[in-house]
Design a binder for this molecule. Structure first.
Ligand code: HEC
Length: 229
């Protein structure tokens, strides 16, 4: 009898606990969930308005677009920073860095009489890589990041406007300034240029391939000569 009463009491107590907890959980769900939602949305809304993370992505504006509005005269003023180490005249001397006359589309690390770093030589791939507008833009943004191991001790120009202006100025350091890239079409123009040499090169390959095939036949008679030894 006693134990039955104890069981009933315990059962009643546990049942009450269960109900109280259940109500707690349900009410938490009902009343608490809207509260986190509001701050949650508020935080999410703040991030885009700050524009912090979005800004670096926007900085990737193509140099072709930037050059369309660039100002070479403003670039001349910025070039003064470069002149600590670079001359810009035709036949100018190599200083701490190589002379930058006609640098646009010049092969990388190929200026006469300058001892380039191993990092820059690697980047040049034996002179195959050129200082395209894009390469210049990326290099000047953060030299050491773009060309690993470069000896150019220059922090870089973080402002895209400054870079565009100085590149527009570099372009003028030439007897025949290279054409400006077409705004908005730079990405498409590149593969197209690459495709043309590839087509031109294709006919040459079968010709080369055919030539070795014939000498191969011709070498067969040479084999009997070996046993003669
Ligand atoms: C503190 C000196 C210094 C400053 C300032 C400097 N450079 Fe250089 N630059 C160098 C050196 C040194 C090299 C050779 C790098 C190597 O061999 O790795 C170089 C290489 C280069 C090259 C590659 C040249 C080639 O023939 O391949 C370019 C392009 C260039 N600099 C552009 C600039 C521009 C544009 C500025 C100004 C915004 C600038 N540099 C500022 C020292 C400097």
């Amino acid at each position: 009898m006693d134990s039955n009463e104890v069981n009933k009491l315990l059962g009643g107590f546990l049942g009450t606990c269960f109900i109280v907890f259940s109500i707690g959980l349900v009410s938490d769900g009902l009343f608490a969930s809207p509260a986190p939602e509001k701050p949650g949305f508020a935080i999410e809304a703040q991030e885009p308005t700050e524009g912090g993370p979005a800004a670096p992505a926007a900085a990737e504006k193509p140099i072709a677009d930037l050059l369309a509005t660039a100002n070479a005269e403003a670039g001349a003023a910025i070039f003064k920073k470069c002149q600590a180490c670079h001359s810009g005249e035709k036949g100018g001397p190599n200083k701490v860095g190589p002379d930058l006359w006609d640098i646009v589309d010049r092969p990388v690390a190929e200026h006469e009489g300058f001892a380039y770093s191993a990092g820059m030589k690697d980047f040049s791939q034996g002179g195959q890589e050129h200082w395209t507008y894009e390469n210049l833009n990326h290099f000047i943004t953060a030299p050491k990041k773009f060309v690993k191991g470069t000896a150019m001790g220059f922090a870089g120009l973080p402002k895209e406007e400054d870079r565009a202006n100085v590149i527009a100025y570099l372009r003028t350091l030439s007897d025949n300034p290279k054409p400006l890239p077409q705004p908005g079409a730079s990405a498409e123009a590149k593969p197209a240029e690459g495709a043309k040499p590839a087509e031109g090169a294709a006919p040459a390959k079968p010709a080369e391939g055919a030539a070795p095939a014939k000498p191969a036949e011709g070498t067969a008679p040479a084999k009997p000569a070996a046993p003669a030894q």
